[in-house]
Design a protein around this ligand. Structure first.
Ligand SMILES: Cc1cc2nc3c(=O)[nH]c(=O)nc-3n(C[C@H](O)[C@H](O)[C@H](O)COP(=O)(O)OP(=O)(O)OC[C@H]3O[C@@H](n4cnc5c(N)ncnc54)[C@H](O)[C@@H]3O)c2cc1C
Length: 361
């Protein structure tokens, strides 16, 4: 039995990928993602298509997501700066992706299991959950996200760095905006993007009449960000900041219930020295939180899960950890660097950022 901690994108993908090779798995998830994780979405880039097909979910995702055909960048007067084609790219609600993955997974998924403590002895990992439940695992996958307890247990001193920017993320349904977006993912830059107060507003359709938007802002005053965890402050901040922006943005914000918006501070970590400890393996954000600007979090989590399962199938267990690291480290290091580069340009050299920014493939 392989135990997986974390029942989101990386964890359930790992469950499916291992099942495909006949390995039994069970998943321990802190929350109940079906009910508690509504409200935001991602861009799933064309580079994820192979993984989605491998997991057998490409068609389901196509049916529930928006098909994104173009990326378009605008200044805040609505003038187009740049337009580029996107292939096999989806605007997907997180909850839809988790639901689809869950429907393809036939192992046991235990909800409300918050891993509190982990120890290793006699070739077994002892997992202690907040509920008081204790279980022993001989093979363990840590898929418990950017603040992974399992990673912190292994690497207590490895720090999560901030990207120097934060986001306010919101979702709503608005048929006229979705129609106006016309299958594009758009990014609008503030008029003074060449000054220090530059900001970016991204918006994408996510299936049906639904859309998600995110406002990206460099952190110049940390106290201001803390203040924005308060809903009223966030509402005022959004209104004031975007009042003179294009009508599409103003309408998107007005159509959104501010209570459902949230502040997201994306972080990254330097590459770990190894992704395993005996028979414990880290995947997804637990292994390598990536800055949101790369749009590679989901894609990389899927790749990790599929690749690890393949290695389990093709190799002796004692070789898997080193192979997993040597096969994955370069691609992950590139994405960490790419995220840092984008964040650096965004927060410190916005004029260069607007010129060079593109979606990684
Ligand atoms: C609520 C939320 C909002 C997010 N918003 C954004 C965003 O706005 N922009 C962006 O770029 N990325 C966002 N992300 C991150 C994005 O979803 C991930 O980069 C991507 O999905 C990779 O998936 P993952 O499975 O590795 O990590 P995650 O999707 O973070 O999943 C980790 C899972 O592990 C579970 N878990 C954590 N700790 C424990 C524990 N102690 N015991 C048991 N289970 C545990 C979590 O509940 C979660 O289901 C968000 C993630 C979450 C959870």
């Amino acid at each position: 039995m392989i135990d997986i901690v974390g029942g989101s994108i990386a964890g359930i993908s790992a469950g499916i990928a291992f099942e495909q090779f006949g390995f039994p798995t069970r998943i321990w998830e802190r929350d109940n993602p079906i009910y508690s994780r509504d409200g935001h979405a991602f861009l799933v880039l064309g580079s994820a298509l192979g993984s989605l097909q491998h997991l057998g979910i490409a068609e389901d995702l196509r049916n529930t997501s928006a098909n994104i055909q173009r990326g378009m960048y605008f200044d805040n007067k609505g003038d187009l700066i740049k337009s580029f084609d996107l292939k096999d790219t989806f605007g997907t609600k997180r909850i839809d992706l988790v639901r689809i993955l869950t429907s393809k997974y036939s192992g046991r998924l235990y909800y409300d299991c918050d891993l509190e403590k982990i120890s290793f002895d006699d070739d077994f990992y002892t997992l202690e959950f907040q509920s008081g439940e204790i279980t022993k695992a001989s093979t363990l996958i840590g898929a418990d996200g950017a603040n992974s307890r399992i990673r912190k247990w292994l690497y207590p001193n490895h720090k999560l760095h901030t990207g120097g920017y934060f986001e306010i993320v919101g979702s709503c349904d608005n048929a006229s905006i979705v129609k106006a977006l016309d299958n594009s993912f758009q990014k609008h830059f503030s008029q003074d993007h060449i000054n220090e107060n530059h900001i970016a507003f991204g918006i994408l359709p996510t299936g049906g009449d639904d859309l998600t938007w995110f406002l990206q802002i460099p952190v110049t005053v940390p106290e201001q960000v803390n203040d924005l965890y308060n809903v009223e402050s966030r509402e005022n901040f959004l209104r004031e900041l975007t009042a003179n922006w294009s009508s599409l943005i103003v309408e998107a914000i007005e159509s959104t219930d501010t209570n459902s918006t949230y502040v997201w501070r994306s972080g990254y970590m330097d590459l770990l020295h190894t992704f395993h400890f005996h028979n414990m393996f880290l995947v997804g954000d637990a292994c390598h939180p990536l800055l949101s600007m790369t749009s590679q979090g989901v894609n990389t989590a899927l790749e990790d899960a599929i690749h690890l399962a393949q290695l389990f199938n093709d190799n002796d267990l004692q070789d898997v950890g080193n192979l997993f690291y040597s096969n994955r480290k370069d691609v992950i290091a590139d994405r960490i660097e790419y995220g840092k580069h984008l964040a650096d340009r965004f927060t410190k050299h916005p004029e260069q950022w607007v010129q060079m920014v593109h979606l990684a493939d």
